[in-house]
Design a protein around this ligand. Sequence first.
Ligand SMILES: [Zn+2]
Length: 95
Amino acid sequence: MSTPPALRWPLPKPSFGVTGQPVACPECDARERLLIGLDLDDHSEDPSHMACPDGHRWLEPGMPRRIGAQLLADTLDADPSLYGWLDELRDVHGG
Ligand SMILES: [Zn+2]
């Protein structure tokens, strides 16, 4: 049950996970400009794929995938024109 994330999306600001702990890169402790792997269809409690600006990748238990899916759904609700950009964003942030 591990499909690659559909999209990597920058977290808007330093974020706290569901545990109340700040989300930070386990290797370099980066807390800003983190990317979260998003999949609109994945509402599971599995940890999200994360990446920091230095390219470290990890699975973040404080960010269940349902949060990423909700974040993307909210973003698209707020600006439906982003649908037209998804393919391009996938090229930029995919991996
Ligand atoms: Zn890092």
